[in-house]
Design a protein around this ligand. Sequence first.
Ligand code: SIN
Ligand code: CO
Length: 390
Amino acid sequence: MIAPRLVWPVGVSVEHFLANTWQQRPLRMPAALPGFQSPLSPDELAGLACDEGIESRLVLHRAGNWTLQAGPFAESDLQELPTSDWSLLVQDVEKHLPELARVLDPFRFLPSWRMDDLMVSCAAPGGSVGPHVDAYDVFLIQAQGRRRWQWDSEARNHRTREDSELSLVQGFIPDQDWITEPGDVLYLPPGVAHFGVALPGDDLCMTYSIGFRAPSRSELLQDLAFYLSETSDPRYTDPGMCVEESRDGVIGSAAIRRVRELLGQVLTMDDNSLARWFGSFVTEPKAWLKPLPKEELMTTESLINALENGAWLRRHGMALWARWQSSDRLILFIDGRPVDVSPELSPLVSELCSHLDLNVDASVLRASAKGASLITDLVNNGDLEIDYDK
Ligand code: SIN
Ligand code: CO
């Protein structure tokens, strides 16, 4: 069972969490997802780890050292694992199994474009990825079995060990210790060193990690530079250069001022233009995780007919959505593509960005040619799927 919403610890609410905890400090959330049961079994997870198109890792722990193997694995590799000290991790599970995207629902008080993926791990007793630091926020949901978490409540600049590919922190000194059981959730902001070890019990330990993404300044600048090079790309100019500046090899302060002005023009872009680029950037999927366009294109009429006959629209599990709305502009972003939409379609766009199973009635599309054409394009691009069986 997947719990539909979070039960906050006493005294914490969404508002309180955002103001005092998010990006600032760890939070223990005992029984935050009561009755949570892993929708995936260890065998199903192992099946995903054998698939070529799915990112997976196996971490083995022997005598204080952790070794990493990258998937895909052969079934026999995973059948022959020892009874302890290993951990199998699979990334982007919600994109490969769209029904697993429901695990993210209780966390949708945060923007979907900040969420990166759902990673699921399965570990035998003693299994762990070692003490490490993540560069992003994470909610760690205990889904099955028990895991002992230890962490250092202060985010610090840690040195990583050079003897492993796992970015293990040197000299990990935890000041917090918590044994998590199914339904418990631990929130960690970026930079907090942590160490989770699977405990023995009736079940293998399964942990679901909801990881967030935060682009670095250099990633933003690189992408923005590429975007701008495709639109307008003014060059350095120096009209009225003075004689002193023309001496061999001199970079004068006037040249630096001109460079600063040229670069500064980028950030004087209006909000609509900057949002157009940013929305495209943050919804750009990993190259191998994109919906494919439909082979047989649908007409608007056949789509509306299908909906009238009881079919439902569902977002493709891999499609990434966001929207920008200003006083005069509505832009829908899907998988790095900006689509200018008429502001009258705001309720439809908001529905597209909020739910996996869409509540879009055929009558709404009959009444709005623009809405019908938008939905038809999204279906034909593979971003929306039609579910005939629901
Ligand atoms: C795990 O599930 O074993 C690792 C999660 C993490 O520490 O980020
Ligand atoms: Co981690």
